[in-house]
Design a protein around this ligand. Structure first.
Ligand SMILES: Cc1cc2nc3c(=O)[nH]c(=O)nc-3n(C[C@H](O)[C@H](O)[C@H](O)COP(=O)(O)O)c2cc1C
Length: 204
């Protein structure tokens, strides 16, 4: 199984700022064998790195494509799983106001111009579409709330099936870096998720 178009972090990237110049929307709608999709939002690049590590893990069992959320299609052709993740902002998924605040933290351009909150609100998802969610957070101060948990709640309202417990990966500080070992933990999480959804798909 494969992840398409390897790029940064030695993992896959098929969309977003570093993507190859191809029509990913067209490809996803027509390729029957793309059965794992990762959609990520990221301000400073940490959640992107986690997303690509998850995609690498998923690729142990599935053909996978990863999309930066601003480039993600809103319709998919029955993938076995859609994995959605973003940074935790103000105890939940980002909003345009928190993304504006993020701009003040860096001189670099932000990775994502929009967020997973907006993507979920506008996506056309099948009833019982299998989904899993993840986020990034800072461990100190330990704050309540999680973008992954909020995203999972919203997806349930869209009648999706949440097939894994929402997972958090940790960044050392607001702009990163990721804590040691988090990319590898994300890769393993993706691998375990892929094994679970493959078994689920075979049972149906
Ligand atoms: C406006 C803003 C609000 C944030 N709020 C929280 C929060 O409530 N809880 C938390 O743990 N981290 C919070 N953070 C830290 C982010 O989770 C961290 O910047 C993110 O995980 C980095 O990932 P990224 O590089 O993909 O954007 C906040 C960051 C920003 C910019």
């Amino acid at each position: 199984m494969s992840v398409r178009d390897s790029d940064v972090c030695s993992y896959a990237l098929t969309s977003g700022p570093d993507r190859q110049d191809n029509d990913v929307r067209q490809t996803v709608k027509t390729e029957a064998n793309v059965n794992g999709v990762v959609i990520y939002e990221s301000m400073f690049g940490n959640t992107r790195d986690i997303a690509l590590a998850i995609a690498e893990g998923l690729a142990s069992h599935l053909d996978v494509r990863a999309f930066e959320v601003g480039e993600a299609p809103h319709v998919f052709d029955h993938p076995d799983v859609i994995v959605i993740g973003g940074p935790t902002h103000a105890f939940s998924m980002s909003r345009s106001s928190t993304r504006e605040s993020a701009k003040d933290e860096t001189d670099e351009p932000l990775v994502s111009p929009t967020g997973i909150r907006e993507w979920i609100a506008s996506a056309d998802l099948e009833d019982r579409q299998a989904c899993a969610t993840f986020d990034t957070k800072v461990p100190k101060p330990k704050l309540p709330g999680s973008a992954a948990a909020s995203a999972a709640r919203k997806l349930k309202k869209h009648h999706c099936s949440i097939v894994a417990r929402p997972e958090t990966f940790w960044v050392d500080d607001m702009t990163g870096p990721l804590l040691d070992g988090e990319c590898e933990r994300a890769r393993r999480w993706g691998e375990e998720l892929a094994a679970a959804v493959s078994a689920r798909a075979s049972a149906h």
